[in-house]
Structure formats: structure tokens, C-alpha cells
Design a protein around this ligand. Structure first.
Ligand code: HSE
Length: 437
């Protein structure tokens, strides 16, 4: 008789509960597809008595995740506790060191310890599968590791944080302020416990570090990523982008350049007719540019119980089928260190919004400082907001919006520093990078 794959699940939040429900619902189909049943035989969570709307009676209960990771009656340890430290880290290490396979949705753990854990999996023979860690239901890990195993990838970029995309979508469509949209995201449960992590781009950076490793065969290195969030974006920026044929998205971008690999997370202007610009609300998307096949875009739900459980279960199914691929697509010993391209040397077009003092010569001074850095302008518009009061129109300040042709980050920073010293503007300049797509 064929042996069932015995699974232990640590963490019974929304994802754990959705996973158990899906395994129960799909039991027969999974057995047919994998050639053997998948049985969840043990679980572990903080509170045993809590009603999770699922039947746990046939599963052995563990209070301690290490004991579950050590148990000899499971083949796969599913880690759904989260966090880059303990108990998740030690429990995963324990499971791998006892030869078990591990399936995890934990992007923080992989971003910080991915290479070390992959080496453990290789040493002891278990799998380390983590499809759910990036883009939840979007099968981007398998796409990069298996589907594109023979391709030369030169860029990967994506909307990897649903909270930010939800906020930017509402701001754009309804002209609302950032703070109001963030409050709604929190009320609807989209934002993580600490919204800073989402809105300042760190969640996207963790996911990007994993994708970059898969795409370029480098060690996962979150510290190599330049990160800027969306909290300074104003409805005026989204309206100005729209007028010029763009939409603003928080993108994680990893790209091969002659100077090394550039990895960056920042609000980005993308052409409205691109696939990625169509992605609205909490939905995620990833575009891969590889020789001969670009662009390849995957779009789908990037968070939530069912979407994350879907990816976790496909990883478990791979173990049941006996499919084993090295966690980052090649042996860890072959992964190279990231040769980081410095952000100052990034090249591309820029959107710049300045608040200029409304007096003769302000716009000319700004244009002069840009010219000194050999920045070529595609457009410069100085326009009062419709209906601005008389005192603002006379002697107040006025937004100046510039679009540059391709230039360098260094030139933009130097020009804006000089403009600041000239005292012809007030407040901080708003800078949004334009991504060619
Ligand atoms: N907080 C994430 C998001 C979901 O908003 O997309 C989990 O990765």
C-alpha cells in the first residue's frame, strides 16, 4: 500500500486554518495527482481551545513547535508562525536537521537566513519549499526556479505588497489622501500589524531579495536593496502621472546592469498601457524580462488565507510527488555574493515635483541647476492648482513638475541639493523614478 505523506503544521492562524480546510476538501484529488494521500497528522499553535472553524480531532496536538519539528511520525514540517527569529528559525532548523522537508510561507525568515537553511536542507536531504513567501497564490518561485530554468533573466519587477497597491489605487481613483487610505487598509485588515513595514517598502524588499536570488543565482541579501516607501506620495503626484500617461506603483525591481545587480524598492511611474499598470487594489503582479520571452507577467492574489494556503499546498504536493529542486535553483555553494550596483549610479527618467516660490526667476533657477548636471528635460510645467486663492496666486508658492529624460540618480540628487541651497523652493522635493516597460 502507498504510504501517505504525513504533515505537521505549526501555526494555525488564517493560513493554517485555510490549509487544513483545503487539504480536507481536496483530499481525493491530491491523492490522485500525487500518487499518495496527503494527511495532516499533527498541529501546533498557541491556544488549543480556540475555535478555528476546522476539525482538529484526528490530529495530534503539540504545544511546542520544536517537539513537532522533532517528531518522528511526520515527513513534512509546515512553518506558518512567521518572523525571522525563534521559534520559527530553530523549529525549521530542527526539522531540516532531522531530514524532514520544510514548507514555509515565511519571507522574513528566508530573507535573513534563506541561504543557511537551504544549505541545511541540502546536507540532510529534505526539501525547503517556500512558494507562499512571495506573492502568495502567484507561482513565481516555481516559475523562476523551474519554468525559466534555462532562461537568461535580465530584470524582474513586481507589485509585491497588496497594502501599498490598495492605498495607491484608492488615492488615484478617488483623489484621497494617503493617511485616509491607510486607515481604510488597516480597518479592512490588509495592512500588517505594523503598517510601517508595508508602507515603507520593507515587506516588498524581503520578497524582492528572494526573487533576485532565484533570478540571478545570487545569495539572498536584503541589505543590498535600496528602499523607499509610499508615505510621501500625494494625490497631486498621481494626477500628474495620469496626465502624462503613467500610473504610480510601489515596485520592487532587480536588474542586471554593467555595474552589478541593482535592487531597489520605491514608488515608480509605469506606462499606463503596461500589464503591471493594470494591477489594482490588493492584487500582486510580477514581470520577468528574459531574453526572447519578455515581458512575462503573472498576476494574482498576493495575500490572505486561501491564496497563501494554495501555494503552501502546492509545495507539499511537490514533496508528496518526490519532486526535489534545490531551494534557490542551484546548490547553495554555487550562489554568488551580490555585486551591488550603487543607487547613485541608477539611470532612468525622473518625475520631480517642487514647490517653487512664486517670484520671477524661480523656474529659471531650477532649470539652470538641472542643466548644470546635464539633465535634459522632457517637460516642465508650473501651474497653480485650480481655484487657488488670490494670495497664493500672487507671491505664494506654486508646484513645478518636471519630467526628465534618462539621467543618473547622482545628477538628480546634486541638482536638487543645489536648488535647495538657492532657496527658490519650499518643502522637500518629490522624486519618482520612471521604469521603462
Ligand atoms: N502585508 C502583505 C501585503 C501581505 O500587504 O501584501 C503578506 O505578505
Amino acid at each position: 500500500m502507498v504510504q501517505a505523506l504525513r504533515v505537521g503544521v505549526a501555526g494555525l492562524g488564517t493560513v493554517g486554518a485555510a490549509l487544513i480546510a483545503q487539504v480536507t476538501r481536496q483530499h481525493a484529488a491530491l491523492a490522485a495527482r500525487c500518487g499518495r494521500p496527503i494527511d495532516i497528522v499533527a498541529v501546533c499553535a498557541r491556544s488549543k481551545g480556540k475555535d478555528r472553524g476546522i476539525d482538529l480531532k484526528k490530529m495530534k496536538w503539540f504545544d511546542d513547535p520544536f517537539e513537532l519539528a522533532n517528531a518522528d511520525n511526520i515527513d513534512v514540517f509546515v512553518e506558518l508562525m512567521g518572523g525571522s527569529g525563534d521559534p520559527a528559525k530553530s523549529a525549521v532548523e530542527t526539522a531540516l536537521a532531522t531530514g524532514k522537508s520544510v514548507v514555509t510561507a515565511n519571507k522574513a525568515l528566508l530573507a535573513k537566513h534563506g541561504v543557511k537553511l537551504a544549505a541545511l536542507a541540502e546536507k540532510y536531504g529534505g526539501a525547503l519549499n517556500y512558494e507562499a513567501a512571495v506573492g502568495a497564490a502567484i507561482p513565481i518561485v516555481k516559475t523562476l526556479r523551474e519554468g525559466l530554468a534555462g532562461n537568461d533573466i535580465h530584470r524582474i519587477y513586481g507589485i509585491l505588497n497588496g497594502t501599498c497597491n490598495y492605498i495607491l489605487t484608492r488615492m488615484e481613483q478617488e483623489g484621497l489622501a494617503f493617511a485616509d487610505c491607510l486607515k481604510d487598509a488597516q480597518r479592512l485588515g490588509y495592512a500588517e500589524a505594523d503598517p510601517t513595514f508595508d508602507i515603507e517598502g520593507h515587506d516588498t524588499a524581503q520578497k524582492l531579495s528572494i526573487l533576485a536570488s532565484l533570478a540571478f543565482g545570487t545569495k539572498v541579501d536584503e541589505s543590498a536593496i535600496y528602499v523607499e516607501g509610499i508615505s510621501s506620495i500625494a494625490p497631486a503626484d498621481l494626477a500628474a502621472a495620469d496626465e502624462r500617461g503613467y500610473r504610480v506603483k510601489l515596485l520592487g525591481v532587480a536588474v542586471k546592469t554593467p555595474k552589478g545587480i541593482e535592487q531597489r524598492v520605491h514608488p515608480t511611474m509605469v506606462r499606463k498601457d503596461s500589464a503591471i499598470a493594470q494591477v489594482m487594489g490588493v492584487t500582486n503582479a510580477v514581470t520577468v524580462d528574459a531574453v526572447g520571452i519578455n515581458p512575462l507577467t503573472l498576476i494574482g492574489p498576493g495575500a490572505g488565507g486561501a491564496a497563501t494556503a494554495s501555494a503552501v499546498l502546492s509545495d507539499i504536493a511537490d514533496v508528496a510527488r518526490g519532486l526535489r529542486v534545490t531551494p534557490f535553483g542551484q546548490p547553495t555553494a554555487r550562489l554568488s555574493g551580490v555585486q551591488k550596483a550603487p543607487m547613485q549610479r541608477h539611470e532612468g527618467g525622473y518625475y520631480i515635483r517642487l514647490q517653487a516660490r512664486d517670484k520671477p526667476g524661480s523656474a529659471a533657477t531650477i532649470a539652470k541647476r538641472l542643466a548644470e548636471q546635464e539633465i535634459s528635460l522632457e517637460s516642465i510645467v508650473q501651474r497653480h492648482a485650480k481655484g487657488a486663492p488670490e494670495h497664493v496666486v500672487k507671491g505664494g508658492s506654486v508646484p513645478v513638475i518636471l519630467l526628465t529624460y534618462a539621467t543618473s540618480e547622482d545628477a538628480v540628487r546634486k541638482a536638487l541639493a543645489a536648488v535647495g541651497r538657492d532657496k527658490v523652493t519650499s518643502g522637500r522635493p518629490q522624486v519618482i523614478r520612471i521604469e521603462k516597460n
